[in-house]
Design a protein around this ligand. Structure first.
Ligand code: GRF
Length: 212
């Protein structure tokens, strides 16, 4: 079972980013609208120029660049991430376009409390260029997946998925934009479910207690 937030206080989020940060922005806006009972404890980026950092700062959300080149190994870098998450009291971690594979130690530290969003219907098209993979394969439906993070890339227990049609003549950008709308909606929904203790993991299967 997951470890749902026991109190009424907002769920403290740690958000790991590498790029443009539209998913981060969707979370920020949902919190500001009162749609999400959560607070962003910290945004951590492995890229100094990530647009996500600027978006966070615009909304007075703490954002920190942690430079991978300043650490001698992946383990040492991940320890720095863990330390930053801990010092900001992050209870639940979201990989929102974070482009590094985490080490087993850091995955274990947040097992059942760390999710990733990926722009395909996993297990199809894991890894980089998911939209291009989907177009090359010729699938007629694609979408996005939110899953708990385990040691393998884009692999852990699936929490939720949303599908979109692949249209004739689609480019990677067109498909990505269609999927992104669903990513933003689904991510907010899943975080709110977690914050209300409505997610339970049973092996690979995640149950969502849907409210009536
Ligand atoms: C999204 O498509 C997400 O699914 C993938 O990386 C992209 C991040 O986009 N993991 P953004 O930085 O949130 O705009």
């Amino acid at each position: 079972m997951s470890d749902p937030s026991p109190s009424q206080s907002p769920l403290m989020l740690g958000i790991l980013v590498s790029g443009r940060g539209t998913n981060l922005h969707a979370i920020i806006e949902a919190i500001e609208r009162g749609q999400l009972t959560a607070q962003i404890a910290v945004v951590l980026s492995d890229k100094k120029e990530a647009q996500a950092i600027a978006r966070a700062k615009e909304h007075k959300v703490p954002a920190v660049f942690i430079d991978p080149n300043a650490y001698p190994s992946r383990e040492a870098y991940d320890d720095a991430l863990l330390e930053a998450l801990k010092s900001h009291c992050a209870e639940f971690v979201i990989l929102a376009g974070f482009m590094r594979l985490l080490t087993p130690h850091s995955v274990a530290a947040y097992r059942g409390r760390m999710i990733n969003i990926h722009p395909s219907l996993l297990p199809a098209f894991p890894g980089l260029r998911a939209h291009g993979q989907a177009l090359s394969y010729g699938v007629k439906v694609s979408g996005c997946t939110i899953h708990f993070v385990d040691e393998r890339m884009d692999h852990g227990p699936i929490i939720a998925q949303a599908s979109v049609p692949v249209l004739q003549g689609d480019t990677e950008v067109a498909l990505a934009n269609r999927i992104l709308i669903e990513e933003h909606r689904l991510l907010v929904e899943v975080i709110q479910c977690y914050s209300e203790g409505r997610l339970a993991i049973d092996g690979r299967v995640v149950r969502i207690d849907r409210q009536t």
